[in-house]
Design a protein. Structure first.
Length: 358
């Protein structure tokens, strides 16, 4: 069977460039999607100028031969023509949520419903949105972007907030945090979730569609291990009133300990006052979510593999057969970078939350 060549198709507004018809003669293409960064990005360097204006839609597909898959959806934010070439930069759909500023009060709504409403107000669509706990009251105001409020909810719950390859907003738990809303709370839930996620990745993926082996698909790899940012998290509501019901507004109490939520056991301790934690149950849930958010950055795997346009944020992945055993392991994808061009060919860089380290 003949080897397949890397291929691309780029659409900017009504203009299209592809491997078969390389309008503008693309020199280099980089797509970056990272759960730590609010919006996906795409940078394109062309040998010749094309008709492109800020605000026009951008779609990028990559693959091998005729098998192309979408890797980016967004809009042009900057064009920079010069004597050396034509540079175009685009941001993903999440940029609309970053630009949205709105005031709203949500009463008795699940966290997922709040994010769903903000997504709709931004004119976006959504994919998987976890419900999360019901919040007695939650305020959104124009002093910060709608994205900031959605991100704050994600950090409280241990959720990930990102967009998929089509630009749909995703808001849900992955890896060790996945059990926090199913009755598996606190530290035990985090440890069990991590072990389960790792076992699933190692058992189902090694050598499979999401498994990469050194000397084959895995071109380069590395690992990072660090102490979690926080050993314990304590959360107190601004108005600890669960003794009198979640709808009350008592701002003083003789005993704050009975209304404090906590997760973890160790140093350092992060102490938070959260107005949304109006019950002891919510304070406990937020503490577990904040701890999960802090822990997922403690262990990471890094990989460069032969071009994989099919890789999506959140996908389970495993690395195997690396000479250094610390590079082998599994987890879920938190960042993807596709590099396409004359020098690099087509390669994909991955950053993976290595939950076996937790």
């Amino acid at each position: 069977m003949a080897a397949l060549n890397p291929a691309f198709q780029i659409t900017v507004g009504s203009a299209r460039s592809s491997s078969a018809n390389p309008v503008g003669m693309p020199r280099r293409l980089t797509v970056e999607r990272d759960m730590n960064v609010p919006a996906d990005s795409c940078e394109l360097l062309l040998a010749q100028a094309v008709g492109a204006e800020p605000g026009e839609e951008v779609r990028v597909e990559l693959g091998m031969g005729d098998d192309l898959k979408r890797v980016f959806t967004g809009e042009v934010i900057e064009v920079r023509p010069s004597l050396e070439g034509f540079r175009l930069r685009a941001l993903g759909k999440m940029n609309a949520l970053l630009k949205l500023r709105v005031s709203a009060v949500y009463e008795g709504r699940p966290a997922g419903d709040i994010v769903r409403d903000l997504v709709r107000r931004a004119g976006l669509s959504y994919g998987k949105l976890g419900d999360g706990p019901t919040l007695p009251i939650f305020y959104v105001d124009q002093r910060a972007s709608a994205y900031r409020f959605a991100r704050d909810l994600a950090e409280r719950l241990g959720y990930e907030l990102y967009t998929d390859r089509e630009g749909k907003v995703m808001f849900h738990a992955l890896g060790a945090a996945a059990g926090l809303d199913s009755g598996v709370g606190g530290l035990g839930g985090l440890a069990g979730g991590a072990a389960g996620a790792l076992a699933g990745a190692a058992g189902a993926l090694t050598g499979g569609a999401g498994g990469y082996r050194y000397g084959k698909e895995l071109l380069a790899g590395g690992a990072r291990r660090a102490a979690p940012a926080w050993g314990k998290v304590e959360v107190s509501g601004e108005s600890p009133a669960s003794e009198h019901g979640e709808g009350t507004s008592h701002f003083l109490t003789a005993n704050r300990r009975d209304f404090r939520g906590a997760a973890g056991d160790g140093e350092p301790v992060r102490i938070l006052i959260d107005p949304a934690a109006r019950t002891k149950e919510l304070a406990d849930r937020f503490a577990a979510g904040y701890l999960a958010t802090a822990r997922r950055g403690a262990g990471e795997l890094f990989a460069t593999v032969t071009g994989r346009a099919s890789v999506e944020l959140g996908d389970p992945v495993s690395l195997a057969d690396a000479p250094d055993k610390s590079v082998n392991g599994g987890g879920y994808v938190r960042a993807v970078r596709h590099r396409f061009g004359g020098r690099a060919g087509f390669v994909t860089d991955l950053r993976v939350a290595a939950e076996d380290s937790q």
